[in-house]
Design a protein around this ligand. Structure first.
Ligand SMILES: Nc1nc2c(ncn2[C@@H]2O[C@H](COP(=O)(O)OP(=O)(O)OP(=O)(O)O)[C@@H](O)[C@H]2O)c(=O)[nH]1
Ligand SMILES: [Mg+2]
Length: 473
């Protein structure tokens, strides 16, 4: 296997932001890079007044960055940029990366490159450290993107770009691919002009598996046309899906939603016996799968696995994934899965909540499900239970807990059924098994002639039970 490209991660600490928060964000970006097939070469963090400067970073930091990538360190001036941004308007201060500084070659002016022959060992070390790509943990404007590329001499991706690349590499179904293509075109359209020039390696995406043509060969009109075409195709797929759904109308549906890597697919597998793709990777799942809850209950309950959410999910992706998430909108119950063992679960819960609001799913019945409880240190689960008394606690890796979750789901739907009384004569004792298997038994009393039940059951189940005890409908 060829070595994986190496990425240097760049973050800016703006006033009021907690350094630990930026750190966590860069950790997540590093995992996103890993999903995309990039290794982290190092991080560069700078404290700045904002993220609006023409090159994002100050000139000194930019030169430092370009040493990692072999670029010139300065922006090649093309046509004068509009808006007259100044690169030097922020005092700069380097933080958090002392280690990086210690590792880097001495800072030299970009017009006086270090002669690698000076010290072969250092030159070799420097080559080993070189980064092939710059990944920025912020949304870059098209001109910032161009300026950074010009200074670094390598491809530059921002957070949204990384996420969209992952989606376009991994989406499998026709529908998901179309949705990703739409998001990708929406992302690229304003950047087409800026992406021209010598550094054309991004075309087709890293690994060359992009979901569509990109780059300067596509003019705006063709992009627009292609987007219209993709939207039309999607609308067709959606309408055929609606037809299929009509038939499913009376089925009970549960959607597993939540932050990426929370364990949704693992729970899906445990609850249904299906084999969805599970991986310790961000965005392992990009397509929706639907399976029956197993062991089966009556009427059957369907479980839907969905794409995970992430903070700062690009807007175009939220929009284009709305139809994938439609499944969630139709569910009678949303199980909001969080990774109980992740210290940042509260922030992740909030992100999921916000995305659900954005797709207008905030009013659906929802239960918070703490997954991965097997990984909690002693006492932590009790603390969580005290904090969130309404939540469910489970572990996809623990059969007994999965069984409890299965029963809780069945009970959730059964509790919506009407409460009725049913008398089962001893002459029809076989129906008792059916009662317990298919209805929610609230009370059971044995009398001389038979057993009297108070139970909840859906209309079709009740009809079957009445037939089994010889009652007329
Ligand atoms: N210890 C433990 N690990 C779990 C549990 N559930 C899931 N995992 C692991 O967590 C990782 C992510 O699991 P997935 O089921 O792929 O997570 P997901 O929510 O579907 O993730 P995306 O598809 O990326 O949104 C995998 O390595 C799982 O093996 C659990 O209950 N306990
Ligand atoms: Mg998944």
């Amino acid at each position: 296997m060829p070595p994986r490209p190496r990425a240097v991660l760049v973050g800016v600490l703006v006033p009021g932001r907690d350094p630990a928060d930026l750190d966590a964000s860069l950790d997540e970006l590093s995992r996103l890079c890993d999903t995309l097939g990039l290794d982290e070469a190092g991080r560069l963090v700078q404290r700045r007044g904002g993220t609006g400067a023409a090159t994002l970073l100050g000139s000194g930091r930019l030169r430092l960055l370009s040493m990692w990538t072999g670029g010139s360190g300065s922006v090649r001036r093309g046509p004068a940029p509009k808006g007259g941004e100044s690169e030097e308007d922020e005092p700069e201060e380097l933080i958090l990366d002392d280690e990086l500084l210690a590792e880097l070659p001495p800072l030299v002016p970009s017009d006086a490159p270090v002669d690698p022959e000076d010290d072969p060992r250092e030159a070799a070390a420097r080559r080993a450290r070189r980064a092939d790509i710059v990944v920025v943990d912020h949304e870059l404007t098209p001109s910032q993107l161009r300026n950074l590329r010009s200074a670094c001499g390598v491809e530059v991706l921002d957070r949204n770009g990384v996420i969209i690349e992952i989606f376009s590499q991994r989406a499998r179904s026709r529908e998901a691919r179309l949705q990703v293509e739409l998001a990708r075109l929406a992302y690229l359209a304003p950047r087409l002009r800026e992406l021209g020039g010598p550094s054309e390696r991004q075309r087709g995406g890293i690994g060359g598996k992009g979901a569509g043509e990109t780059g300067h060969e596509l003019d705006r009109r063709r992009v627009r046309d292609r987007m219209a075409e993709a939207r039309k195709e999607l609308a067709e797929i959606e309408s055929s899906r609606h037809l299929r759904r009509e038939r499913r109308h009376d089925l009970r549906q549960v959607a597993l939603v939540g932050y990426t890597n929370a364990g949704k697919s693992s729970l899906m597998r445990a609850l249904t016996g299906a084999e969805p793709y599970v991986a310790d990777q961000l965005f392992a799942t990009l397509d929706t799968t639907i399976r029956r809850l197993s062991p089966e209950v009556n009427p059957p309950v369907l479980i839907t696995d969905t794409v995970g959410f992430i903070k700062d999910l690009p807007h175009s992706l939220v929009a284009s994934f709305r139809s994938t998430l439609d499944a969630a909108l139709e569910a009678g119950l949303l199980l909001h899965v969080v990774d109980a063992s992740d210290p940042t679960w509260r922030a992740q819960e909030e992100v999921t909540r916000a995305v659900l609001a954005e797709i207008h799913a905030q009013d659906l019945p929802r239960v918070l499900v703490f997954n991965k409880c097997d990984r909690l240190p002693p006492g932590a689960e009790d603390a969580l239970r005290a904090e969130r008394p309404d939540a469910w606690f489970t572990s996809a890796h623990d059969l007994a807990r999965v069984a409890l979750t299965h029963d809780a789901i069945a009970r959730f739907f059964a509790e919506k059924d009407p409460e009725v009384e049913l008398f089962v004569p001893w002459t029809h004792a076989a129906a008792m098994g059916l009662v317990h298997a298919q209805a929610l038994v609230l009370a059971e009393a044995f009398e001389d002639e038979g057993a009297r039940y108070r139970l909840r059951a859906s209309a079709p189940v009740l009809a079957r039970l009445r037939a089994a005890v010889g009652e007329p409908d």
